[in-house]
Design a binder for this molecule. Sequence first.
Ligand SMILES: [Zn+2]
Length: 277
Amino acid sequence: MDYFDPHIHMVSRTTDDYETLAKMGCVAMSEPAFWAGFDRGSVEGFRDYFRQLTEFEPKRAGWYHLQHYTWLCINAKEAENVRLSREVIAMIPEFINKPGVLGIGEIGLNKNTKNEAIIFAEHVDLAVRLDEQILIHTPHLEDKYQGTRMILDMLADFSELERRRVLVDHVEEHTIRPVLEQGYWAGMTLYPVSKCTPERAVDMVEMYGPERLLVNSAGDWGPSKPTAVPDFILAMRKRGHTEAAIRRVVYENPLEFFSQSRNFQFTPRDVSEAATN
Ligand SMILES: [Zn+2]
């Protein structure tokens, strides 16, 4: 089945992974900017990273007929360095109109600190000023519930924010309800060591319905599985869901959410008889 991975960090994956994803039905992916596993030393490190996200990764994806989109920000871990964060935020407009850039992300909280909250709000302000979509990382494990509440409270301060253009990612059973009730999109991340399993994601689809729900792998440099969305597709089939219901979550929903970005120029697969390369 054709599907999107709305959240995957391909800079950390091999070219073989692109090939595997293409063979499993992936047609496009979106890659938020994130933590590289170490703190970068200067704004120039981010400029190079943004060039990799906007120039090299779309090319590498294209070798396998995959479409690659991206989001820009300084992540919550490095947001502890407020001065560097402000330099990165000031540099983002250089890249924001490049092809394939969908908005600001993944911003959010990690340990729910004051500096993280300051830089989160400054990113949201930038997105509102530039009329960009937002992709949000919510913290893991014991920090998730409180961090998600803090994020929703901060977002509520931005009255001009269009909530249907904001994706709150890594939701779990205890955080999904307020995200959906307040009008945001919710992303379920299938991750082996924390976050959600395919079966739990199916549970949440059954409990809340498919509207404004996305499923992603968040594949990165840590223990993760870039083919987690096909695992979800299989888990949905085992529960007896129709192909149309599955396609809604893994294909039509991402298309609907991403289409709100002006740089989302998606070309569906050509299935006509006359298709040529
Ligand atoms: Zn991520």
